[in-house]
Design a protein around this ligand. Structure first.
Ligand code: SF4
Length: 361
């Protein structure tokens, strides 16, 4: 089993909180598509297994004209994908687009809704309204793609516990197979960060954020969702297979500017720069990890999940280190050790960054 990730770096405009690599320069689309094919031809033998998951992410892949996307996919080995996802924004969802995606083999849509409150959406620069998001969900389901994931954000400017609950409950009422919910992050370099440092926006305090997270966990459980990763919830059997591969060290090949890859032992990445990506012969960089880096990768990825870490897969020295370092957290119940399994307890996931910082070497 392996995954294929294709990064489409175009967005209509920049959301004020976003620090992903993206550009509005869609006039470079044809050159990007050519460069993606060249990159695949150059790197296809890095991974020998067939791609059982494919994920077209961004940016906003849903802004690509469907005939151009179909042309790209005809030249890539996507035919064995059991899970084939495209990320989409609500304003791009039309009957024609969904039908065309379905004909390409795409069977899962991950949509950035973020909030069902129009004032909150406007405050972060989203282009869609709450009703656009609702219409988009209904259009997707109406055209036969039922495997849908939607993203929400908590801690938005102007959001309070009541409006967070309204957004959450409106989404949960659809009983979609998958839900991702992220805490708003103030990343240096974003417009959001600049507004915060200028005193125009005040971040939500930690106590309120923790209450929002607790509400999220509780309401998702009441609706039958498994909380299988810090920010991810799925109905039984509907976990994201592709994203799970990132947390279980499954190989994946990432194509496009800013994409990362892992062939089972070596990590590689492409710098996030469209112009260089479409003009240079080869921009892929090998991430020269040492043993400590690889150990840290395992800790950071596996302890994000409810499945946790199998201590039996570590060397005796690493295992002993981790058991000792984690013991205060096991004592205060923010971590749980059962036999050879170590994991962070759900209530402690909200402060998992602080725990992981203590565990890495
Ligand atoms: S649509 Fe997504 S990738 Fe594009 S700017 Fe907004 S958050 Fe970032």
């Amino acid at each position: 089993m392996a995954g294929l990730y294709i990064h489409i770096p175009f967005c209509h405009s920049k959301c004020i909180y976003c620090d992903f690599y993206s550009t509005p320069r869609i006039d470079s689309l044809d050159q990007l598509l050519d460069a993606l094919l060249r990159e695949y031809q150059r790197r296809h033998d890095e991974i020998s297994e067939t791609f059982s998951t494919v994920y077209i992410g961004g940016g906003t892949p849903s802004i690509i004209p469907t005939d151009k996307l179909a042309q790209l996919l005809r030249s890539l080995p996507v035919g064995d994908a059991k899970e084939f996802t495209i990320e989409a924004n609500p304003e791009d969802i039309t009957s024609e687009a969904v039908k065309a995606w379905r004909d390409m083999g795409i069977n899962r849509i991950s949509m950035g809704i973020q909030s069902f409150d129009d004032i909150e959406l406007k405050a972060i620069g989203r282009r869609h309204s709450a009703d656009d998001a609702a219409r988009a969900i209904e259009t997707i389901i109406g055209h036969g793609i039922t495997n849908i994931s939607c993203d929400l954000i908590y801690g938005l400017p102007g959001q309070d516990a009541a409006s967070w609950r309204r957004s959450l409950d409106r989404l949960l009422a659809y009983r979609l197979p998958h839900l991702s919910a992220y805490c708003l992050s103030y990343e240096p370099g974003t417009a959001l960060y600049a507004r915060m440092t200028a005193g125009k926006i005040r971040p939500t305090d930690d106590e309120a954020l923790e209450e929002m997270y607790a509400l999220l966990c509780r309401r998702a459980a009441e609706h039958g969702y498994e909380h299988y990763e810090i920010s991810n919830f799925a109905l039984p059997g509907m976990r994201s297979r592709h994203n799970s591969s990132y947390w279980t060290s499954t190989p994946y090949l990432g194509l496009g500017p800013g994409a990362h890859s892992f062939d089972g032992s070596v990590r590689r990445y492409n710098p996030g720069d469209l112009k260089t990506y479409i003009t240079a012969a080869d921009i892929t960089v090998i991430d020269n990890e040492n043993d400590d880096d690889r150990f840290n990768d395992v800790i950071i990825t596996s302890l994000r999940t409810s499945d946790g870490l199998d201590l039996g897969k570590l060397t005796e020295k690493r295992r002993n280190y981790l058991i000792k370092t984690a013991s205060p957290f096991v004592t205060d119940r923010s971590m749980i050790k059962t036999g050879q399994n170590l994991r962070i307890s759900e209530p402690a996931w909200f402060r998992s960054d602080a725990i992981l910082r203590e565990l890495i070497v």
